[in-house]
Design a binder for this molecule. Sequence first.
Ligand code: NAG
Ligand code: NAG
Length: 259
Amino acid sequence: AHTWVENLRLIASNGTFTGEPGYIRSFGPRAAGVDPDAQNVYLLPPNGRSPPGIYTTDSICKSNQQIGVQTPKYPTLQAAPGDHVALTYYENGHVTIPKTQMGKPAGRGTVFVYGTTKPSASDTYLGIHRVWNAQGTVGNGKLIATQPYDDGRCLQAQGTGAAAGESPINLARKQAIDFPDSTELPCQTNIQIPADAGTGTYTLYWVWEWPTLYSNGAVALNESYTSCMDITLTSNPVAHAGDFIAAQVSGKSALSAGV
Ligand SMILES: *[C@@H]1O[C@H](CO)[C@@H](O)[C@H](O)[C@H]1NC(C)=O
Ligand SMILES: *[C@@H]1O[C@H](CO)[C@@H](O)[C@H](O)[C@H]1NC(C)=O
């Protein structure tokens, strides 16, 4: 299992993505000569660790994402306080082929997003995750979103139909929105940049909790993935574009519309 935030998109009020995308720190693109897994995947606890578990010293960010550095040609998102943003990621079968791993939680796990104007290279996972709250009364930032990993729409390119090995969930989702074969529809975490984000840089910590559970719901094994990213704040919010247009979520337009 693995995933990371592929890009950040501004969402206009009518639901359409607008403007230029932004990227996580040290983003490893899907390009020749790049191993995006090595550059982007951050798993806690790491496989095979002894003694097992997440340590209090574990950073909330992968080593190459602990400070705000961008890969050339993959800049930060430019956005204003109050803007709505989609953090997109590939579901990698965790949504549409749920039986691959047993004991996984409803919603295919939960994504938590924390925001801060005071990021630190020494920010730890256990110091922030399930510690910072929505009110911002604990620590140097706040919880700004909690959403299921499965956004209800995303799917993989898995071939064409059950005979070709396509999962029933994938097929049903594709048919529901007349989505083309051989195209992947990323999932999204949708957030709103807080009004008090200020004028400089706003940092987001995206945390996907994907534990393996006992049948009584208790955690048997933790498995979490994070992506760390900066947003460069501007004073130009996305212009109002009218009410959300649900009908646009059809065919390839689903690739450029917020959930
Ligand atoms: C899982 O991680 C949480 C912290 O997020 C910790 O409190 C809990 O003890 C861990 N559980 C196991 C089984 O490692
Ligand atoms: C939503 O608004 C934007 C900005 O005005 C526009 O470019 C886009 O075409 C609109 N989307 C739809 C589905 O009408």
